[in-house]
Design a protein around this ligand. Structure first.
Ligand code: ZN
Length: 109
């Protein structure tokens, strides 16, 4: 099945497939601009996202392990929830704005 869902500027595009055991795998891409906060000056800025993703959506409780896929536990398959949690994790990344990045860069010389 085709996946194409956008939430708050972030788009998940790709292909989903249902496995025999009921799990769903998504092979796709996250693209877009997400508003994040700079860890240094706390100013919001837009971060460009462009990454390949492999998700496996399983019903909790899940005790397996998967080397290839990021496991997402969901009672009910919900793309919007997946995008929400991806946005959350992007916001929790080490995000630094261009200005602060340049400042750090210049300090090293
Ligand atoms: Zn900054």
């Amino acid at each position: 099945m085709n996946v194409n869902k956008t939430l708050n500027g972030l788009t998940l595009k790709g292909e989903s497939e249902k496995n025999k055991d009921g799990s769903i795998v998504i092979n796709g891409k996250l693209e877009g601009m997400v508003e994040v906060e700079c860890v240094k000056c706390l100013k919001p800025f837009k971060k460009e996202i462009n990454e390949e993703v492999k998700f496996k959506i399983v019903k909790p409780p899940y005790e397996g392990f998967d080397e290839e896929y990021d496991i997402i536990e969901q009672e009910k398959y919900d793309l919007e929830e997946i995008l929400k949690s991806e946005i959350e994790s992007i916001k929790n990344d080490y995000n630094i704005c261009d200005e602060c990045k340049n400042e750090e860069f210049n300090k090293n010389f």
